[in-house]
Design a protein around this ligand. Sequence first.
Ligand SMILES: Nc1ncnc2c1ncn2[C@@H]1O[C@H](COP(=O)(O)OP(=O)(O)OP(=O)(O)O)[C@@H](O)[C@H]1O
Ligand SMILES: [Mg+2]
Length: 367
Amino acid sequence: MDLPEGRLIRLRARADARPAPAEALLTALPTPLLVVDEEGVILDANVAAETLLNLSRSVIIGMHIHDATGHHLRSVPNDTPFVAYDLEVTLPGQRQQRADLTAAPLGDWPGWRVVTIHSHPAAGPIARRSGHAGAARTAAGAAAMLAHEIKNPLAGIRGAAQLLETNADADGRALTRLIRDEVDRVVALIDRMEDFTDTRPLATSPQNIHALLDHARAVAAAGFGAQVHVRSAYDPSLPPVLGDRDSLVQILINLIKNAAEALGETGGTILLTTAYRHGISMLTDGGDGRRHLPIEVCVIDDGPGAPDEISEHLFDPFVSSKRQGRGLGLALVEKLVSELGGMVEYAREGMPERTVFRLLLPRAKDR
Ligand SMILES: Nc1ncnc2c1ncn2[C@@H]1O[C@H](COP(=O)(O)OP(=O)(O)OP(=O)(O)O)[C@@H](O)[C@H]1O
Ligand SMILES: [Mg+2]
């Protein structure tokens, strides 16, 4: 942004005269923040941290980070910035919450770190993300039961209708055909639901995500996305993703289809981006292990975004704002992404705001 020179000079003059004192900034910061030393002992805490931990600063100072969050952060490198998404944190008093933790080295003090805690649902920068595989798993159980309990008798009904058809007159045949067609429709619906019940472990191998993005893009261009303009901004040096080709393609197609539908009849632009993100990891719950998810793939559209009333639940099955929507596309995305050990999140970002579905995936050589 270009500011007029006169205004810039005035702003500089004001900053020179009265730099905002660091303490006032920390007090005003709405994000809980702790400073910890190389042993994990807390050296300082801001007001937001006092509120979150429900303890005064003088009590917090000297506590161990494990007693404040339930995590030692031992496996977290103390010389590079680190983000752990969607951790279960245990606050003092055994209060459990899910939160994102960030840790960053503190310049001149080797081994010291600044830790911030972004608890849910007080929405951090991200509105909704995966890791809530519970919903998909419930759907998987329901779908498996449905498939088992309904498909067998349906086959019987269809067979009986076919038998009747041989002896029926014209009117009767119209009715038996109706039975068959409706049975076929229900079976097709169940087959789709069975995507959720497939719990075979994925055979993962190194995948060139750009080739898969281009494939998904070609599928879109040939069908549902014919009227929208798709652009890409790839990081050419991106290493291979560890994944399963079919799952990755399905994930990308579902996201691109939603973006195309969000842009509607009028058309618009879908942007596919890839990037390498250092320091993005997911701590495995309970343990001190962590999984790097450095490969970022975004499907971005300049449509209006999801309606507010469902934006917290987009990845739940049967949540849809579309007349013909089944609400299964994103639930399947979430299931497949969590099987790949990755993460998916929905956000509205940028100026002007755009819809971003962001995938964070493991790279091939990390395992
Ligand atoms: N790119 C997007 N822009 C705006 N809203 C979106 C976008 N992607 C998803 N949504 C919202 O999330 C809802 C759920 O998406 P999901 O793909 O799970 O189901 P669906 O598209 O409605 O139906 P289907 O099962 O056919 O995919 C959508 O109905 C829509 O409201
Ligand atoms: Mg969809």
